[in-house]
Design a protein around this ligand. Structure first.
Ligand code: NAP
Length: 500
C-alpha cells in the first residue's frame, strides 16, 4: 500500500508525463546503465533528464582532436553489451559515442529521456515524501527516487588570468572545442598538459606554425599499446565472445596489479613505471633540459598515470615550445610569460580540466527539513559507498564521492552502483517502505575507514589535485574494483533507516 501522501500526490496538478517513480539526472554511461538495469527489474516508470540533445555525457561533449579513451574499449564498455566492432583497442571518442547511442536505442531509453532539461534544483518534500526537480526552463518533475548520474567531469574549468578579457584572438576550452576555428598555419597556446591536452597536442601541433604549451606540472606518461583491430580479430570476437572476455580480464588485471600498486606506494612498481617513462622520453627527446622539465617531481600514482605514444614526439617538434615559467598576464595579442617574454597567439586553448569539487555544485539540492547538500558538503563531499548520504532520503548517486578510479575502468563501478540502486528500489517496494536514508553513524564510520585507507595511498603525497577538496581526497576510491563490487553486492539494509 502506498502511504496516503504518495497517493494524494498523484492528483496534484502536474503533468503525468512529469511524474515518475525514478528521476535520473544525466544520460552518460551511468544514466544509460541504470536505465537498462531498472528495465531488467521490470521498473519502467522512470525518466532521464538530460541537459543536451542526445545521450552520451562526457563522450558527447568532448570531441576535441584526438579525443579517445585511456582505457581499452574491451573493458571500457558494459560487461553485458559486448561489441566486436571496436576499430581500435583504445577507442576514439566518435565510436564510443556511437556505442552509447546504439545501446540507448537498443534498450529504448530514448523514450524515457527528456532532452534539453538542465536540472538546476531538487528538493525533498518532507510531507509528500517526494523529490521535486526543477530545470532551467522552470519545468518541474516529481519522483519518489532521485538519482544523480551527472558524472564527475562535466563542468569545464577555465581559470582566470590577469587581463584575460583583453585577448582579441580566439579562445575556448577543450571540452567545448570550437571546430570553426582553423588552426592551420596559426600560432596557438595550450594551457594545461594533462589527460586531455596530451591527446590533442600531438594532433594540433602538426597543423600549427607554432605552439606553446603552458605546463604547470608534468605527468608520468607511459606508452599506449594501441593499434587498429584486424578484421579477423573482429570476426573472432564476434563469433567467440569469450576471447574478448579473456582480453577484458587481461586489461582488468593490468589495472589491478600494475597500476593500483603504484597508488599503494609499491616501490618496485613505481620504479618500473618511472623506468618505462624515462625510456620512452629518451627515445623521443634528445635535449636533457627538456626531459628534465617533463619529469615529475612527485611520486608515481599521486595523479593519474597517462598513456600516449606521441606526446613526447610532439613536444620535441621544432614548432613546439614547452613553457614552465607560467603566465604573467594576457595581452591583446597573446600572453606575457613569467620569464618576461611576450608571445603573440591567434588562439588560446584551455586544457585545464573540470570543476570536480564541490560535487553536484551546479544543482541546488535540499534534502530532509530543507538541509542543503552544498552546506552538508562544505568541508568536502562524502557519502556511504559513494551512493547515499544522510539527510537526503531516496537520493542515490552514481560515480559519486570517492568512487573515481585512477587505475581501472569506471564502467565496473557504474555497473555495481546500478545494481545496488535497483536492489534498493525493488527491496523497498517488497518491504513496503516509501522512504529510507542511510544512517548517520554508518556513513560516518564508512568514511573514517575510507579516509584512513586513502591517507596511506599516493593521492595524499601531493598537496593539490582534482581528487581533493577541503584537504581530503573526495574523488577516489581506496581499493580495488573487486572489493567495491563485493561491498555493493547485497544492499545493506541494516545501514539504512526508514524516514517517517
Ligand atoms: P586535468 O587532469 O584536471 O588537467 C588539467 C591541466 O590543466 C593540468 O595540466 C593542470 O596543471 C592544468 N591547469 C589547471 N589549472 C591551471 C591553471 N590555473 N594554470 C595553469 N595550468 C592549469 O584535466 P583533463 O586533462 O581534462 O583531464 C581530466 C580527467 O578527465 C582526467 O584525469 C581523466 O580522468 C579524464 N580524462 C579521461 C580521458 C580518457 O581517455 N578516458 C581523456 C581525457 C580526460 P596541474 O597538473 O599542475 O594541476
Amino acid at each position: 500500500m502506498l502511504p496516503w501522501f504518495l497517493a494524494v500526490s498523484w492528483f496534484m496538478p502536474l503533468s503525468s508525463q512529469n511524474r515518475s517513480k525514478v528521476v535520473i539526472i544525466g544520460s552518460g554511461f551511468s544514466g544509460i546503465c541504470l536505465g537498462i538495469k531498472l528495465k531488467e527489474a521490470g521498473l519502467n516508470d522512470f525518466l532521464i533528464l538530460e541537459k543536451a540533445e542526445d545521450v552520451g555525457g562526457t563522450w558527447r561533449e568532448n570531441h576535441y582532436p584526438g579525443a579517445a579513451c585511456d582505457i581499452p574499449s574491451a573493458l571500457y564498455s558494459y560487461s553485458f553489451e559486448h561489441n566486436s566492432e571496436w576499430k581500435y583497442k583504445w577507442s576514439k571518442q566518435a565510436q564510443i559515442f556511437e556505442y552509447q547511442k546504439s545501446i540507448a536505442n537498443k534498450y529504448s531509453l530514448y523514450q524515457h529521456t527528456r532532452f534539453g532539461q538542465n536540472v538546476i534544483s531538487a528538493s525533498f518534500d518532507d510531507t509528500l515524501q517526494l523529490w521535486t526537480v526543477t530545470t532551467v526552463s522552470q519545468e518541474v518533475f516529481t519522483a519518489q527516487h532521485l538519482v544523480s548520474a551527472v558524472g564527475q567531469l562535466h563542468c569545464p574549468s577555465t581559470p582566470h588570468f590577469p587581463d584575460d578579457n583583453t585577448f582579441t584572438g580566439a579562445s575556448f576550452h577543450a571540452a567545448n572545442w570550437d571546430h570553426s576555428v582553423s588552426l592551420k598555419g596559426k600560432r596557438a597556446a595550450v594551457i594545461g598538459s594533462a589527460a586531455s591536452a596530451l591527446q590533442f597536442i600531438p594532433e594540433i601541433a602538426k597543423e600549427l606554425t607554432h605552439l606553446t604549451v603552458f605546463q604547470r606540472s608534468p605527468n608520468w606518461v607511459i606508452p599506449k599499446l594501441d593499434r587498429p583491430y584486424k578484421p579477423w580479430e573482429q570476426w573472432l570476437s564476434d563469433k567467440f565472445s569469450f576471447i574478448t572476455k579473456l582480453y577484458r580480464l587481461k586489461i582488468w588485471l593490468t589495472g589491478e596489479y600494475l597500476l593500483l600498486p603504484a597508488m599503494r606506494k609499491n616501490r618496485l612498481v613505481r620504479a618500473h613505471i618511472r623506468r618505462i617513462n624515462q625510456k620512452m622520453m629518451k627515445a623521443s627527446i634528445a635535449d636533457t633540459s627538456l626531459r628534465k622539465k617533463l619529469t615529475p617531481d612527485y611520486p608515481v600514482g599521486s595523479k593519474r598515470i597517462l598513456f600516449s605514444n606521441n606526446y613526447y614526439d610532439a613536444i620535441a617538434r621544432d614548432n613546439v615550445y614547452l613553457d614552465t615559467s607560467g603566465i604573467e598576464k594576457f595581452t591583446p595579442d597573446g600572453i606575457l610569460r613569467k620569464d618576461g617574454i611576450e608571445e603573440p597567439f591567434d588562439v588560446i586553448i584551455y586544457g585545464t580540466g573540470f570543476k570536480t569539487n564541490p560535487f553536484l555544485e551546479a544543482i541546488d539540492i535540499k534534502g530532509l527539513h530543507g538541509k542543503s547538500l552544498r552546506e552538508a558538503w562544505s568541508n568536502g563531499a562524502e557519502a556511504y559507498l559513494g551512493v547515499s548520504t544522510h539527510g537526503f532520503p531516496n537520493m542515490h548517486m552514481m560515480y559519486g564521492p570517492n568512487t573515481n578510479l585512477a587505475h581501472n575502468s569506471i564502467i565496473i563501478m557504474i555497473e555495481a552502483q546500478s545494481r545496488y540502486i535497483v536492489d534498493c528500489i525493488t527491496g523497498m517496494d517488497d518491504r513496503k517502505l516509501a522512504t529510507i536514508e542511510v544512517k548517520k553513524d554508518s556513513e560516518k564510520s564508512y568514511n573514517e575507514e575510507l579516509q584512513n585507507r586513502l591517507r596511506k595511498m599516493a593521492f595524499y603525497e601531493i598537496e593539490h589535485s582534482w581528487y581533493m577538496d577541503g584537504g581530503k581526497v573526495t574523488n577516489n576510491w581506496a581499493g580495488g574494483t573487486v572489493e567495491y563490487k563485493r561491498r555493493m553486492r547485497h544492499f545493506p539494509w541494516a545501514d539504512y533507516q526508514a524516514v517517517e
